[in-house]
Design a protein around this ligand. Sequence first.
Ligand SMILES: [Zn+2]
Length: 367
Amino acid sequence: MIRMAGFSPTIGRIAGIEIELHWSFLLLLLFVLILSLYTFVLFVILFICVLLHELSHSITSQHYKIKVKKIVLLPIGGISVMDLDTVKPNQEFNIALAGPIASFVIGAAFLLLIPFSPLGMIRQTVVFTAEINLLLGVFNIMPGFPLDGGRVFRAYLERKRQYLEATKITVKVSNIVLALFVIGTIIFAIYATGYSLVSREFLVFYDIFIVMFLYSGSQAELQSAYVKTYASDLRVKDALSRNFLLVDKNSRLPAIYKKILKSRTSILLFRDGPAVKIVRLPQKLPFMHDAKTKELMSRPISQFGTKIAVIKYREKLVKALENMQQENSSIAAVTDGKRIIGVILSQHADSIIALHISRKKGANNAM
Ligand SMILES: [Zn+2]
């Protein structure tokens, strides 16, 4: 069954790892299905090859006892969401290298199969599978973030350098890779007259998508290196907000509105068994004496709840935010083990982290 989670539906689970299909892949699959059935088959092959590439990263991680939460499949590769907090440089080196190696091995195997496959559609498919795997291998081993090659390169630099410094150098190399990619695309757009106009424009758009993906990925990597270096001492309690109200799950809307007016907070939480939920008030109430309004007013507040994450106040702030992001939640309830003592708002926490980093950076520069 396909469960929609944002734009990336979960399509299954392998070895305890959730497999998600990125919306761009989904869009592309639908697009090629309109074009032709054979193209669709080729894309399904691409999909399997990307999955095998990602699984080899995951299997290597699990070998080091590093938890893999999920795999998101993109048309140009995949993203394995892992708990990389405790990973050692030599482990990251091997984890990152495992994917391109898998692609190269599969590519080489299909390359050897070409002379033995019957001419026509079967050979065409074997050639495609060989090409696509070699391409996945070459593309992902390029030394730029967020590609595998970038991670391999940084892990190599970390032998003699600090994590942040190694990341900064890799980001510079990423920018060079990016610039070459843009120049290549421009040359292709001008001189590739052999291609039909549609496929040429399609490839150019595809390249633009890749450039944006690479650029934002390398910026995110730099940002997270700063956070990892300078903000790992922050705890959840450092960004705690006490501006919330705990209500009973059986309260009705009129009582809730009174409480909101008194306390001037719009964050209302209630417990529902082991879960903590936030009250999402109805956006627009119909006319006051309307039957529908009366009906809404008589419902218990538990019917307007959305489940939110619960975190401990001693937990690392960065870790808590990461978990919130993975659960697509911008708010979490904070407990001291028993009671709810406050809330964390991701936007508020982000600015506290940014301030903390700039202070520490300033202190470092002054030395
Ligand atoms: Zn990879």
